[in-house]
Design a protein around this ligand. Sequence first.
Ligand code: PBG
Length: 313
Amino acid sequence: MVRETRLSPAHFIYPLFVLPGSGIKQPIPSMPGISRFSVDRVVDEARSAFDLGVPGVILFGLPDSKDEEGSGAWKDQGTVQNAVRAIKKALPNMVVMTDVCLCQYTSHGHCGHLARTQGGRMDVDNDATLELLGKTAVSHAKAGADVVAPSDMMDGRVGFIRESLDEAALDHVAILSYAAKYASGFYGPFRDAAESAPQEGDRKTYQMDPGNAREAMREMSLDIAEGADMIMVKPALAYLDIIRAASEEFDHPLCAYQVSGEYSMVMAAAEKGWLDGPRVMMETLTAIKRAGADTIITYYAKEACRALARGDG
Ligand code: PBG
């Protein structure tokens, strides 16, 4: 009766991995219970989440082939584009979000265009990447995405994507910005799932230092100024202080991403019998909500809905 924080299916967003081909449901070994689906099968998975009360999905695509530029990202008949069309057709009231990034599509696995710096080092070229992200966001939006979610962490990409969408008469499409995205070890299982681990180097030149909190506030205000409709903190559990600070500082809808490593860590311990998996699932989701998140992207979306339906808090 006096509980302050309650979870509801209405606040969950379910991530889905989409593969080329048809009839495929391929379990991801490092994420027990989570699979990669071909376009035809991903519709059924989205429907099962929607039927449990989950209002939205976020899609991650795997291309047929990768190249230096990541050109698979903006193909009209790409996996994500086709999945968006299929899900919107089957479930018009489901909110379809897409992850906008290049790392699944580039042969080197980085989130942007690689170029040699004046110092002779290979690094992501921020401004050359904006163009590619803009094209990618437009192609997702043209396919029918309701929300595009840039996760690349290039500077200025929210503004660039906003302009690209508006110029393409896609001004109704919203932007969920991965605004405070940390360079985190918790993305490990995702990089297996999306085959997006960098071949060389790491993402520390564009993702955030886990030691920084004020910088997260600056990243979020910049993205809001550039036109973000919603902002995100990622990962969630190790960054509850950032979620809390953001919820106090900004009025924009605040999303937290409970990432792959947060999920797999609990699943692995539960498999060993070291902790009570369903209980820790609800405890972590409640903590993320209590810290101030409005919405939560979680691989537990369906499981948590089932737990709520059973009356487990
Ligand atoms: C793409 C992207 C990543 C995640 C979401 N979008 C991986 C990364 O930045 O390495 C991670 C999600 C997860 O771990 O569940 N840039």
